[in-house]
Ligand binder design. Structure first.
Ligand code: B3K
Ligand code: ZN
Length: 886
């Protein structure tokens, strides 16, 4: 806990470090009730930092200092100043060696930052500022050092001892202990340090790099999980190959290791040569992991692997530059997934996620630019804005310069900055120089927060055969940024004729048409583009592939949207037209519900989805995406004042109507696909994902009919499916159904069968927490008493409390404020256990401005209660105080 009010840290205050650490030699002695850390730091004055020998201030938190010496001279307490976050001493020469010994307590570390225990194994998480909880150090990413690490532990319980780099020596000690030394030849910042000790088994493989070097690949897990590693291993090999082919990046050590741990604050961590993963992002096999989980494992394995270049070889100068590595690496992993499976489906999923969650963040009290300029607690800035919007920004550069130009830029960036800690500006500069372009205005995407709006209007001149599109861009104010300057917005578009064919695109002043789909660049607040040689009035297909992270509006009629759904050559925009049609129809229903009228569904939505279902030539995953109505979270995000009850009622009403009207088509598709599932083995590939996703969405519609045949089919799928995708969907559908007896039995048998598999139990908790049926809070409170639940495990917290507050809108926003009070209670408890998780869990309360005034009052009261609850971590303090400000 902090002892003083946390301070704001500003990008503008950045200074190069006064001292550098050339070598770092660490020794860890692990014991059950404490750990000793000896650090030898070979240091020198930074020649870039000026004259003289200023005092040296090392970071250190929660360390018990046992001894410290400077150039072999043991220092006494009069020789240094010690606070609860720093140790300051005076060097007497430009080069010197510091030796320190500290005692730490991984066995009681529930924050899961620094060195801690997950079950019976020791592991680390150092990004962003966790290394200072291990030893006194210059814990900042622009201090890069060569590390050697020796780990010693009792041999029987900790047969496996790992750290970064290559193993160079090992041996036994008396008293049943042993040790191993690892050396990492690459300089790295301390946030990439890792250590693991435990009783682990591993799956091994090899990869031959493009220059024919053989790399040993190992995935370490607890023995009971050894059968769930193959998918991650295959994903790793595909990632290594893809990065060679698409970016020319080769792996650089002789060994690459992944370790799966159960207790982990995020998805995974890219420590050099020793990635540490949340087990949810490694373990996958058909019987226990869904298709979504398989795809997540593949994406996260790829993401962490890709960091070896975009993050490790070239790292961040300071934490304001976080998106330099994260935005770029998310873009890289998204392209990898698009190449492995369906590009259009991947884009639809990512955009739906961005628009629901990142747009909400951009409109809330924590809104910040992709490169923030101030923070209190850096852990709060591992956000959707830094990651997902950051990736969109990189994608726009890719769109502007093309694939080849982008590769030239990335080659220059990696070559120029290998071994350095750099900034977003350096990345942009490489892209500019490699392509001979000027991205000065484009860089506003890094400095201005908020989601730009683009309003488009049209006019057709039949006499002149010309068509004008007017674009007006604006960006709402965000905390600390009242006024915004225009962005560079790439808008990819096509123009369709009455038959749905793409027309040749010729702008006024051009000699000839340039293709049938092209990218316009908006740079002004208002801009007009005139297309010529168009013998009929076209229908525009705008922002194809979601070419910029903006809210674009064009006054489409519902008939025009139906036309685009059928004819647009851009698959993403076919889906988008369906979403816009659904939104219009749902907004009608919401208004009817609010006026207390009988709801009436616009039949055009039924017609549109019927033709999608009737079209056997469409990719089944696309059919499933088209059938998925916009989620409640998205409908809340686009509301002025969100009425969660009306939104839920309207969406459920639409689903019931669609279920009734499309029953036969859904039932045929369901039965056909279930039959295929029954007769074939599980495969984690796009075509199979597609088949199961259509089957499962069909089932969720069909169950709304309440027909006995459907219930029987659902129970058959639940009991007989050979994979978790089908079984879990059947369970979720039952949980949301009125069939109380079947529901209770299914929940019980599922929990009984999977009680020893924590990741499956997470799914079991989530399905119940997310169910909007009455009594949600009571169910969640009861489930917190379940043997498999613990507040100490982040996955459990996310699965139960996070799913309730983040997905169960009617439950969480109960008018009596009980959901808010419950969440505040959990945040207050977690603040003392795990500040990072507490702070993340808070997000739904921070969105209070979206709701009616009664709910606003209740939500703010709970934020205030958290603020008043006493000893707040900087993580929780920053989010709560910013949410209540202004
Ligand atoms: N770089 C880590 C995130 C660390 C978060 C620390 N609070 C995982 C990733 O983005 O790959
Ligand atoms: Zn990352």
């Amino acid at each position: 806990m902090r002892t003083e009010q946390p301070k704001m840290i500003y990008l503008k205050d950045y200074k190069v470090p006064d001292y550098l650490i050339d070598e770092t030699h660490l020794t860890f002695e692990l014991f059950e009730d404490h750990t000793l850390v000896h650090a030898q730091l070979v240091m020198r004055r930074n020649p870039e930092a000026g004259e003289g020998l200023p005092a040296l201030t090392l970071d250190g938190q929660e360390l018990e200092l046992l001894s410290i010496s400077l150039n072999d001279r043991e220092l006494s307490s009069a020789d240094y100043q010690l606070t609860d976050s720093h140790l300051t001493l005076q060097p007497d020469s430009a080069s010197f060696v510091i030796d320190s010994s500290v005692r730490i307590h991984p066995e009681t570390n529930t924050a899961l930052e620094g060195l801690y225990k997950s079950g019976s194994m020791f592991c680390t998480q150092c990004e962003a500022e966790g290394f200072r909880k291990i030893t006194y150090y210059l814990d900042r990413p622009d201090v890069m050092s060569k590390f050697t690490t020796t780990v010693s532990a009792e041999q029987h319980h900790y047969p496996v001892l790992l750290s970064n780099g290559n193993p160079i020596a090992s041996g036994s000690e008396e008293g049943g202990r042993h040790w191993a030394t690892w050396e990492d030849p690459f300089k790295k910042p301390a946030y990439l340090f890792a250590l693991v000790a435990g009783d682990l088994w591993c799956v091994e493989d090899t990869f031959t790099t493009m220059s024919q070097r053989e790399v040993a690949l190992r995935i370490y897990v607890e023995p009971e999980n050894i059968d769930k590693c193959q998918h991650a291993m295959d994903s790793l090999k595909r990632s290594m190959k893809w990065d060679e082919e698409v970016y020319g990046r080769e792996y650089d050590l002789d060994i690459f290791m992944i370790v799966a741990v159960n207790d982990f604050n995020m998805g995974a961590m890219e420590n050099k040569g020793l990635n540490i993963f949340n087990s949810s992002c490694v373990l996958a096999k058909a019987e226990t992991a869904t298709d979504a989980a398989h795809q997540r494992v593949e994406a996260v394995v790829a993401h962490e692997y890709f960091h070896n270049w975009s993050g490790n070889r070239v790292t961040c100068r300071d934490w304001f530059q976080l998106s330099l590595k994260e935005g770029f690496t998310v873009f890289r992993d998204a392209e990898f997934s698009a190449d492995m499976h369906s590009r259009t489906v991947k884009r639809i999923e990512d955009v739906a996620y961005l628009r629901t969650h990142q747009f909400a963040e951009d409109a809330g009290p924590m809104a910040h630019p992709v490169r923030p300029d101030a923070f209190m607690e850096i852990s709060n800035f591992y956000t959707l804005t830094v990651y997902e919007k950051g990736s969109e920004v990189v994608r726009m550069i890719h769109t502007l310069v093309g694939a080849e130009g982008f590769r030239k830029g990335s080659d220059l960036y990696f070559e120029r900055h290998d071994g350095q800690a750099v900034t977003c500006d350096d990345f942009i500069k490489a892209m500019e120089e490699a392509n001979g372009i000027d991205l000065t205005q484009f860089k506003r995407w890094y400095s201005q927060a908020g989601t730009p709006r683009v309003v488009v209007s049209e006019s057709y001149d039949a006499a002149a055969n010309s068509y004008r599109l007017k674009f007006q861009q604006s960006c709402p104010p965000t905390p600390g940024q009242a006024e915004k300057l225009p962005f560079v917005i790439p808008v990819e578009l096509g123009l369709l004729d009455a038959q749905g064919r793409e027309m040749p695109l010729q702008l006024i002043g051009e000699d000839a048409p340039v293709g049938r789909s092209r990218v316009l660049q908006l740079t002004e607040a208002e801009q007009t583009f005139t297309f010529v040689n168009l013998p009929e009035k076209p229908l525009p297909s705008l922002l194809r592939g979601f070419s910029a992270p903006v809210k674009l509006s064009f006054p489409y009629s519902r008939d025009q949207l139906m036309f685009l759904m059928q004819h647009d050559a851009d698959g993403f925009n076919r889906w988008e037209a369906g979403q816009q049609l659904s939104v219009q129809v749902l907004q009608d229903l919401i208004a009817q519900q609010q006026r207390g009228e009988q709801m009436v569904l616009d039949q055009r939505l039924v017609t549109a989805l019927r033709s999608v279902l009737e079209n056997d030539s469409l990719d089944q995953a696309m059919v499933a995406e088209m059938l998925s109505l916009p989620g409640e979270g998205y409908l809340i995000e686009i509301s002025e004042v969100a009425d969660v009850d009306a939104i839920h009622a309207a969406r459920e009403f639409a689903r019931e109507q669609l279920s009734a009207e499309l029953f036969d088509l859904l039932w045929q598709r369901y039965q056909r696909n279930r039959e295929l599932s029954r007769n074939s083995a599980y495969v984690a590939q796009a075509e199979h994902f597609a088949r199961r996703s259509l089957q499962n969405i069909a089932l969720s519609y069909l169950m709304l009919s309440g027909k006995p045949d459907v219930l029987a089919a659902c129970l058959e799928q639940f009991e007989k499916a050979d994979n978790m995708t089908e079984r879990l969907t059947a369970l979720a559908v039952l949980v949301n159904s009125p069939f109380e007896k079947e529901k209770a039995l299914a929940l019980e048998s599922f929990a009984d069968y999977f009680k020893d598999n924590p990741l499956v139990m997470d799914q079991w908790f989530s399905v119940q927490a997310a169910s909007a049926l009455p009594g949600a809070l009571q169910r969640v409170e009861q489930l917190m008493q379940h043997l498999a639940f613990t507040l100490k495990n982040p996955n459990k917290v996310r699965a139960l409390i996070g799913a309730f507050a983040g997905q169960n809108f009617v439950g969480f926003h109960a008018a009596d404020g009980s959901g808010y009070r419950f969440l505040a209670d959990q945040v207050i408890t977690l603040n003392g256990l795990n500040p990072q998780i507490a702070s993340r869990l808070l997000a739904p309360l921070t969105r209070w401005r979206k709701y009616d005034s009664a709910r606003q009052t209740l939500m703010k009261a709970q934020l205030q209660r958290i603020l008043d609850s006493g000893d707040l971590s900087s993580d929780v303090f920053e989010v709560v105080s910013k949410s209540l400000a202004g």
